[in-house]
Design a protein around this ligand. Structure first.
Ligand SMILES: [Zn+2]
Length: 113
């Protein structure tokens, strides 16, 4: 753990209040949009995994069902890829950045890579 106690805030000029913290990369409405993408896509991926499992188990119980299960499997995979892309976009929009925050003025002192 690094020691930040000697760092002086470049906004309020006080020392001892600097510490690591997290800030949203984007502003409130963008983060809200991110969650709108993120929540259904997580559900979509879980649903897709369940559907994929049921398609596979249905295929193992059926004879000569290659065509039908192929189509069903394709739809499920397409559904999962779509969910994944949506989730990735949502995750990017809700991502945090690591910063050094001042405890006194809540100002951002510096970025931590
Ligand atoms: Zn400060």
């Amino acid at each position: 753990m690094a020691n930040y106690t000697d760092i002086q805030c470049n906004i309020c000029k006080r020392s001892g209040g600097i510490g690591p913290g997290k800030l949203r990369k984007f502003s409130g409405p963008v983060v809200a949009i991110g969650y709108i993408f993120l929540i259904p896509s997580v559900l979509g991926m879980v649903l897709g995994a369940i559907m994929l499992f049921s398609v596979c188990s249905a295929a193992s119980h059926m004879e000569h069902a290659e065509g039908a299960t192929g189509v069903a499997g394709g739809i499920v995979v397409f559904f999962m890829v779509g969910s994944f892309v949506g989730g990735l976009l949502g995750w990017l929009l809700t991502m945090n950045r690591k910063v050094l925050l001042c405890g006194f003025c809540r100002g951002v002192h510096a970025e931590i890579a």
